[in-house]
Design a protein around this ligand. Structure first.
Ligand SMILES: [Zn+2]
Length: 492
């Protein structure tokens, strides 16, 4: 490589498709209208979320969130929201549900205001862990991935989540684009062959530096990493460290809330090294072979992250949606999304996403929820018990975006009682009373058309189930009425 300032040419994707050609602006810094997004093309999230994004120091909000009123004067824009693709080594838990419902809610907001929207979710299906899990279940990796992937999909369907596409990394449409991106970056000289030795967490599927470990253990999994030596291909990430630091300075809200941008900036203060992006196929056959060396398969992050892009290439909607990409992730995958991903895009000559929006954890007794800790909360259990709308409302209302939140069932009951039954129920009843009085027909006189269906729907969610507990009889607060379930179907 001759110099760091060498500009890579945009890749000509799918040359036979005119809608994907010419989709690339000059580069991340080359096209101002692309990058900054005028208000007519890039709409802001609902006000309540924007507030908490702007101020990472907020604790739990005590006032009800302000309702963002779409402004009639604003022209419709475009919105592309993504969840991470979830790893198929375990069934969906409440943390997965939170991210996915969140993107659903934000996308619904944009859809309501007339924007052209695209909502992507999916599953990440390659890698050593899937190979191992499949073996433990006496299945092929593909069978195992099919099974768990369909669990994610049916869970999202039952939670009323309206995604536009569901990408699986084992699909041909994805593998093809991953190969093209890899080949491009390899040809440009940013992928090199080398030997690596280090401490490797098999669950994260990445190497850790000593400094990143907590008491010698992986901070995510609380297990000791293995010492490994391997000949791999490396992505020359360090070369782009200063570029990323400058980019985060120039675009301060690229990663938000600010605390997570600061975390990434802190990582960039010291050398970040090069990223191992392959595994020997002899050991990990379950992956996408490198296009120039099929003795190696692509390391999971270089495979997985490209999903955000590969879907649009495959659908021929790259130009339409990529300039509006909004990623939503939990903080445990800040490093791959805040560090690897922008550098991968830069090296591949692809413009950056609009924002990386990072949220905290749902904590169970102050610990992260995980399979290995045995404290996993399943979304469908809660949905069945409390109803879909109430469950979704709780998740959106109880967490301040960016901060950790404590999960408990009494907290759900409290939200339903205080916000839905009391506040919303009272508002409904008083409104209906006023309509009745002012139209001179009495409260019964206005129960037709939308008023009637609205009243029935709201009665189911808010008025009838009166949970005890607010008056001090706390032990009863978890009791809910099964009729509450009936509301669930409304969300989809
Ligand atoms: Zn780990």
């Amino acid at each position: 490589m001759d110099s760091e300032s060498k500009e890579l040419n945009p890749i000509a994707w799918n040359d036979d498709e005119s809608n994907s050609r010419g989709a690339q602006p000059e580069g991340p810094n080359g096209d101002e209208s692309f990058r900054s997004g005028s208000t007519s093309t890039v709409a802001e999230p609902p006000a309540a979320m924007a507030d908490s994004m702007a101020d990472s120091s907020v604790t739990q909000a005590t006032e009800p969130a302000a309702v963002a009123e779409p402004q009639a004067s604003e022209a419709p824009g475009t919105y592309y929201g993504t969840t991470p693709i979830f790893y198929v080594n375990a069934a969906p838990h409440i943390g997965h549900a939170y991210t996915t419902i969140l993107v659903d809610v934000v996308t619904r907001f944009h859809r309501l205001r007339g924007d052209d929207t695209f909502f992507l979710t999916g599953t990440d299906e390659h890698g050593e862990n899937i190979q191992k899990a499949a073996k433990a279940h006496d299945e092929t990796p593909q069978e195992y991935a099919d099974e768990i992937s369909s669990q994610f999909r049916s869970t999202w369907d039952r939670l009323g989540i309206r995604y536009d596409d569901f990408i699986r990394t084992t699909e041909e449409r994805h593998k093809k684009v991953v190969s093209e991106v890899l080949q491009h970056v390899y040809d440009a000289g940013d992928i090199v062959y080398g030997e690596y030795a280090g401490l490797y967490c098999v669950k994260c599927e990445r190497y850790y530096t000593e400094k990143e470990l907590v008491d010698g253990k992986c901070p995510q999994h609380e297990i000791e990493p293995e010492y490994r030596t391997e000949a791999n291909y490396f992505f020359r990430m360090e070369k782009y460290r200063h570029w990323l630091r400058d980019t985060l300075t120039e675009q301060p809200d690229l990663i938000r809330p600010e605390r997570y941008r600061n975390e990434v900036l802190a990582m960039l203060r010291e050398p970040i090294g090069d990223l191992s992006i392959s595994r020997p196929r002899s050991r990990v056959p379950w992956g996408i072979p490198l296009p120039w060396d099929d003795e190696h398969v692509t390391y999971v992050w270089f495979d997985a992250l490209i999903n955000y892009y590969s879907v649009l290439v495959a659908r021929g909607t790259l130009e339409r949606y990529w300039p509006h990409a909004e990623h939503f992730v939990a903080k445990d995958i800040l490093k791959p999304h805040g560090l690897f991903w922008p550098i991968m895009l830069k090296a591949a000559g692809i413009p950056l996403f609009q924002h990386l929006n990072v949220h905290g954890y749902w904590l169970i007794e102050d610990r992260k929820m995980s399979k290995s800790l045995g404290n996993v909360v399943r979304p469908l259990d809660l949905q069945q018990k409390y109803g879909n709308d109430a469950f979704r409302y709780f998740l959106m209302r109880d967490m301040s975006f960016g901060l950790d939140s404590s999960f408990s069932e009494p907290a759900i009951a409290e939200r339903i009682n205080a916000d839905l039954a009391n506040d919303l129920g009272n508002l409904l009843n008083r409104t209906l009373g006023m309509i009745g009085r002012y139209t001179g027909r009495g409260a019964q006189g206005c129960v037709h058309g939308t008023t009637r269906s609205a009243r029935q729907a709201l009665r189911r969610v808010a008025v009838r189930p009166r949970y005890r507990g607010r008056d001090g009889s706390g032990a009863q607060s978890q009791q809910v009425h099964s009729r509450h379930q009936a509301v669930g179907a409304g969300a989809r």
